[in-house]
Design a binder for this molecule. Sequence first.
Ligand code: BYC
Ligand code: FE
Ligand code: FE
Ligand code: FE
Length: 473
Amino acid sequence: SINYTDKIPNNVNLSEDKTLQRALEHWQPNYLQWWNDMGPNGSNQMDVYLRTAVSTTPDGWAHFGHVKMPDYRWGIFLAQAENDRKINFGEEKGRAAWQDVPGEHRANLRRIIVTQGDTEPASVEQQRHLGLTAPSQYDMRNLFQINVEEGRHLWAMVYLLHKYFGRDGREEAEALLHRNSGDQDNPRILEAFNEETPDWLAFYMFTYFTDRDGKFQLNALAESGFDPLSRTCRFMLTEEAHHMFVGESGVARVIQRTVDVMRQHGVEDPAQVRALGVIDLQTIQRYLNFHFSVTVDLFGADQSSNAATFYSSGLKGRYEETKRDDDHLLKGQHYRILEVKDDKLQEREVPMLNSLNEVLRDDFIRDSIAGIGRWNRVIEKAGLPFRLSAPNKAFNRHIGGFAGHRISPDGRVLSEAEWAANERNWLPSEEDRAYVASLMGRVIEPGKMANWIAPPPVGINKQPIDFEYVRFN
Ligand code: BYC
Ligand code: FE
Ligand code: FE
Ligand code: FE
């Protein structure tokens, strides 16, 4: 269970390690300063109906109540230790999981933890202005819930850096507060986390796709032979489910509202749909294409010796590693990757170990496509022929073998001229973004929704939809 009497709530017996406790209590005000400077705009006085972790067991971890976000109890929570846990893959498979950092893996582990940690505050920075245009109190509350939990995920990585990486770790923890999303001189590490999340359609797409990268990366790290990382990630995953729910249901509600209006007025032409103040399905498809492609880049290069090293040394596994029926060493095994050859996309067999970024990306893509199918059922039920689809994974890539090629969403290799002629049909144009921006405006009356989005089917924690999720004070 979690100790809430400490300055830093935790279930890691923090008070027994005074040096560590002092170091983290020193980092804490810097974190709060960062939240104040870079966290949700103009939100400090609001009382927000948030859930807070009270235990890390799967049944009863959530407590709901109205809190001011700066008073949220950010803390350090690890999932229960597994008895006698082993390293389950790679060269050291079968040995006891590490409770401390093996010297030879120190640099790689630190890099993985820093990269993971960097994404968490980055997303808060990307979303900081969205509270000003929330389409309902319900949505504003969900945004803030995600923001405080991403803040806690930063705490999770900072704890590991402070406890296991000495002075370097403390310096990295400071740097996590100094890099900023989109900053010219000191940007966040991964590209998608320097993009803007300019409006709520982008936010729902981000939480559907990009938080799902979080799901897959955290699952891979939950397999780690470094047990404290595994336990941290296992608890983070329980929070991640809500983030993806907000994305999936958010996009579904946008679609629902659009198709309701289309049916009611008997229109299908995007210009006519826009004239009715809702987001046309074609624009939703372009946003989907953008967020999908930017997110698949997050898995790294298709051929990566880093990925092979992380796996062979037991640091980062595959999604559901222990459920897989193979030798968990993968030497001499192969995987089919896609590449551009003779102006076509073609498959090629390559060593599996070097393809583990691609393996994880393909797992992610399968999971993503399932939800797109659920969105299509909303359109189908309305009796409309339009269907959303995931673009080819080679589309709009900036990392890996497809970077520098122009590929259409249906997987054709294009000339620069063909790309230029079609880009605005495939990716959100300035005009699309301006239209979506024109719809954004804060709706604060309990239970009321902006015109472009349908209400959710149910509220949060069994509260009614018109519950006062946010008190503005
Ligand atoms: N942008 O060998 P490669 C989340 C760099 S999301 C920019 O393929 P590797 C969340 C790479 O650093 C989950 N640069 O790299 C979601 C390398 O640079 P150097 C985040 C990139 O290491 C929503 C070079 O390219 N967690 O939690 O195999 C809200 C060669 O690439 C990018 C993690 O990512 C990029 N997209 O793979 C809040 C887990 N991709 O060394 C939170 C930890 C690659 O040549 N990270 N590069 O200078 C990792 O496991 C790995 O770092 C990656 C990259 C899979 C990301
Ligand atoms: Fe209460
Ligand atoms: Fe996170
Ligand atoms: Fe998340």
